[in-house]
Design a protein around this ligand. Structure first.
Ligand SMILES: Nc1nc2c(ncn2[C@@H]2O[C@H](COP(=O)(O)OP(=O)(O)OP(=O)(O)O)[C@@H](O)[C@H]2O)c(=O)[nH]1
Ligand SMILES: [Mg+2]
Ligand SMILES: [Zn+2]
Length: 352
C-alpha cells in the first residue's frame, strides 16, 4: 500500500515551526498539529496521516496549568506507533487565545493556539450587546491576534445600519461587517481573509452562527448547527468541541463552542479606553478612581458629553476585575506550585 504523505505546509507548518521541530533531540519524534480534542484523545495530523494520540506521562506530570496541555492548533512532537501514539512535547506557541477557568483555583485554559485571525461573531438579534462585544475584543486584544467583527443574521434585523454604526463607534479601528450567513457574498468575504496557510478561529456566544459560517466555507454540512436539530425537535445542536478543519480552497478554520463566560487570563489591555487613560493624568488626585473625587477630568468629560458614561463604567469594571484577578492568580499559582512539588516528592519516594 502506498504511504499517505501529507503536505504539512497546507496545515500551517511554516519555517518557524519547522525550525523548532528540527531542534528536537529525540529524532524518533515527528511534528504534528492538534486538530481536535475530546476527553481522552487528541486528533493530530502529521506527514504520515491522521492519528489519535494521548499525552505522554511526562507532559501530564509536568503540567501545572491547563495551558501546559496541548490545545487545538498546537504544533506538537509525537511518537507514532502502530497502536498507540503519544504527544511528547508542545512546540512553543506563536500565540494563543486563552481564558481563565472558573472553579476554586484560577487556571488558564487555551481555547486555540497558533492563530492568524479571529472572527468575533455576534448576531444582530437579541444576542446583540455592546458590552459583551467589548469583552470579546479585549480577550483577543490581549493575545495580539488580528480580529475582525462579524455581525450575523443581518437578514433578521431592521436596525442593521444603525447597529453597525454603533459598533463602528465603539471599535473604530476594527474591520466590521454586517452579514447574513446565507448570502453568497459572505463566503467570498470570509475567504478574502482566510488564505492558504492561514488559521482562522470563530468565537462568540452560542447560536450566533459560527458553525453555519464554517459550513458555508467548507461547502458541506459536516458541522451541526442549531437548525438541523430543531427540525427533529431534540433541542438545539450546539458545537461541543473545538476542531480545526482544512478548507478545499486552502486555509484552516476552527469552530468553537459558544462561550458562556468570557474571562480574560491575561490582564486586560487598555485598547478602546485610551481617552480615559489620557484624561486620568489631568485628574487632581493621582490615584483618582473617577467616582466621587473632586477635580476628576474623566467625570468632567462625561458631563461635557465628550466621553460616554457607559465607556467609563466598562473601564472601571474592567479595572476592578483585573485587580481581583491578579490577586486570585497569585494565590492560585502558589497552590499549584505546592501541588507540583508534593507530586515530585511522592515520585521521589516511589523511586527510593
Ligand atoms: N436568519 C439567519 N439565521 C442564521 C444566520 N446564521 C446562522 N443562523 C441560524 O442560527 C442558528 C444557530 O446557528 P449555529 O451556526 O449553530 O450557531 P453557533 O454559533 O455555531 O452556536 P454554538 O455551536 O452553540 O456555539 C441556526 O439555526 C442557523 O441556521 C443568519 O445569518 N441569518
Ligand atoms: Mg456551533
Ligand atoms: Zn478622575
Amino acid at each position: 500500500m502506498e504511504e499517505l504523505k501529507i503536505n504539512l505546509e497546507k496545515w500551517g507548518f511554516d519555517g518557524y515551526f519547522r525550525g523548532l521541530s528540527l531542534k528536537e533531540s529525540d529524532k524518533s519524534l515527528i511534528p504534528a498539529r492538534v486538530i481536535g480534542h475530546n476527553r481522552h484523545f487528541y486528533d493530530v495530523v502529521c506527514e504520515k496521516g491522521f492519528f489519535s494520540a494521548k499525552t505522554s506521562g511526562s507532559i501530564r506530570y509536568n503540567s501545572v496549568l491547563k495551558s501546559d496541555l496541548p490545545a487545538v492548533g498546537d504544533w506538537v512532537m509525537i511518537s507514532l506507533r502502530r497502536d498507540k501514539s503519544y504527544i511528547c512535547s508542545i512546540l512553543p506557541r506563536k500565540n494563543c487565545i486563552s481564558r481563565r477557568c472558573s472553579g476554586n483555583i484560577i487556571d488558564e485554559q487555551v481555547l486555540s493556539a497558533n492563530i492568524d485571525i479571529v472572527f468575533i461573531v455576534m448576531s444582530l438579534d437579541e444576542n446583540f450587546n455592546l458590552k459583551r462585544l467589548q469583552r470579546y475584543i479585549s480577550l483577543v486584544a490581549s493575545s495580539r491576534i488580528k480580529s475582525v467583527i462579524l455581525l450575523t443574521k443581518s437578514d433578521l434585523c431592521e436596525r442593521r445600519d444603525e447597529l453597525l454604526d454603533e459598533v463602528k463607534k465603539n471599535a473604530p479601528e476594527k474591520e466590521i461587517f454586517a452579514i447574513s450567513s446565507f448570502d453568497e457574498s459572505t463566503e467570498k468575504l470570509l475567504k478574502s481573509f482566510i488564505k492558504p496557510g492561514i488559521s482562522a478561529v470563530f468565537i462568540g456566544s452560542s447560536g450566533v452562527g459560527k458553525s453555519t459560517l464554517i459550513n458555508t466555507l467548507s461547502g458541506s454540512h459536516i458541522r451541526v448547527t442549531g437548525e438541523i436539530s430543531s427540525a427533529v425537535h431534540k433541542g438545539r445542536h450546539t458545537t461541543s468541541a473545538r476542531e480545526l478543519i482544512l478548507l478545499a480552497s486552502g486555509g484552516m478554520v476552527i469552530d468553537t463552542p459558544g462561550m458562556r463566560e468570557i474571562q480574560n487570563w491575561q490582564e486586560e489591555d487598555a485598547s478602546g479606553f485610551e481617552m480615559i487613560l489620557e484624561l486620568s493624568q489631568q485628574c487632581r488626585f493621582a490615584d483618582c478612581r473617577h467616582r466621587t473625587e473632586p477635580g476628576c477630568a474623566v467625570k468632567e468629560a462625561v458631563e461635557n458629553g465628550i466621553l460616554s458614561a457607559e465607556t467609563v463604567e466598562m473601564w472601571l469594571k474592567q479595572l476592578e476585575e483585573s485587580e481581583e484577578l491578579k490577586q486570585k492568580k497569585a494565590a492560585s499559582l502558589k497552590i499549584l506550585e505546592t501541588r507540583r512539588s508534593k507530586r515530585k516528592k511522592n515520585k521521589g519516594q516511589n523511586i527510593d
